[in-house]
Design a protein around this ligand. Sequence first.
Ligand code: ATP
Length: 240
Amino acid sequence: MTEPILTLANVEAAYGAVKAIRGVSLSVPKGSIVTVLGANGAGKTTILKTISGILDPQKGSILFKGEHIERRDPADIVRRGLSQAPEGREVFPLLSVRNNLLMGAYTRSDRDEVARDIERMERYFPILKERSEQDAGLLSGGQQQMLSISRALMSRPDLLLLDEPSLGLSPKLTQEIFAIVKRINREEGVTILLVEQNAALALATADYGYILELGRIVMEDRAAVLAEKDDVKEFYLGQK
Ligand code: ATP
């Protein structure tokens, strides 16, 4: 077994009185793509927020590269090598595409390397080069998603958290983005934790998957095995 880069043990988190995740345990092996699937409101985004330090868990532990990161500052967590491309993209609309990418590298001081990384991102997503000087707010939804993923990669993370990259995108564009996510995983060696409602594509892309219902993990297995399970087919893949 490959050693885990991230391990959650019995993590609980809430918004005031609303318990959003109720004892989640999961593990992400180094170099892999792991997906967490679940319906709207299952708690997927909350899991990512507790990992990236935006929300403090009430209970449980989160180990990243062997160190506890629960209740740490989000910027400290980014510095340790963990970065998130948020749901809804959230690019800086009034900054140029290039400056958005530079913002992603704010923890770094190696300017030549940063410039090289921008070129690398532009090779993965050539549209970002074409639109380099344009305000990011003028990009289409799909292009903003590409920018959001690239910006997250600019901190050179060991682990990238992706929150619903398919949200609001056409099936074709979603497929293109997932194919590039897989390339980035293979070519850059970045481990990826992917949260998705599009179960078919997520299972086709990931190595391992967890199914989350009402804040609890109810099933886990290799992605190829999950894709063949009757319950998963019925509830998440829309097949009977
Ligand atoms: P989605 O696909 O809609 O993002 P999700 O699986 O990511 O769903 P979460 O956003 O993690 O789900 O939400 C889990 C639960 O926590 C839901 O019941 C939701 O209503 C609640 N919740 C989420 N954010 C807040 C908030 N800021 N304040 C109060 N309750 C919240």
